[in-house]
Design a binder for this molecule. Structure first.
Ligand SMILES: CC(C)(COP(=O)(O)OP(=O)(O)OC[C@H]1O[C@@H](n2cnc3c(N)ncnc32)[C@H](O)[C@@H]1OP(=O)(O)O)[C@@H](O)C(=O)NCCC(=O)NCCS
Length: 164
């Protein structure tokens, strides 16, 4: 399989809004209390802390991935222990025929290599919900290990860090 990461542009917005309605995306990303779907518009071509990409598999757009630079905030109970120089990852695969076939593991592994070679962060982290066993297993296979559990005020999260 050939995976690539295409910088997200405004041309991708209609597809993103459509993807946001898919059950596995809606249930893990667009839960009340977290950022709304429209938050993507502030991340395009800006100085935002988040850098978004579309995931392509053999030339087909199948999902979304981003990295973000951790910033100190008083309300952060999830990542504060890692401190400055921490980079986090979030993703979803929107096309359901691409789920549970090892694609996510390959995507995360490649994205991690990209971040390490371009940014060389002090810590690389990811925070699936504790109930999201598929995501946790995928991230374990891509080299992440359990760090701690924390509640972000809405959900319990299973915080994981990448071991280089
Ligand atoms: C999470 C996600 C990126 C993983 O990608 P994927 O291609 O489906 O995952 P993979 O096929 O690489 O690996 C999934 C693993 O979880 C396992 N798995 C699937 N459902 C599971 C469950 N309910 N309990 C435990 N393990 C499960 C699979 O068997 C596989 O492990 P194995 O290879 O050891 O058998 C993808 O499923 C997705 O985008 N889900 C919706 C959005 C989401 O949850 N994003 C993550 C938010 S942090």
């Amino acid at each position: 399989m050939e995976i690539s990461f295409v910088p997200f542009t405004k041309e991708h917005l209609p597809k993103y809004y459509e993807w946001a309605e898919r059950p596995q995306v809606k249930d893990t990303w667009f839960i009340e209390g977290y950022e709304p779907v429209s938050a993507i518009e502030d991340k395009i071509g800006s100085e935002s802390d988040s850098v978004p990409f579309v995931i392509c598999l053999d030339g087909r757009e199948i999902g979304f991935i981003q990295y973000w630079h951790w910033q100190q905030s008083d309300s952060d109970c999830i990542f504060a222990r890692f401190g400055e120089g921490t980079v986090g990852i979030d993703l979803f695969i929107a096309e359901s025929d691409c789920l549970d076939r090892g694609v996510g593991t390959e995507v995360v592994s490649l994205f991690v290599q990209k971040i390490i070679s371009e940014l060389n962060p002090k810590h690389l982290v990811i925070d699936p919900f504790t109930w999201n066993k598929r995501a946790i297993r995928c991230f374990e296979k891509a080299g992440f290990v359990f760090s701690h559990e924390a509640n972000d005020g809405i959900s319990d999260c299973y915080v994981m860090k990448y071991i280089k």
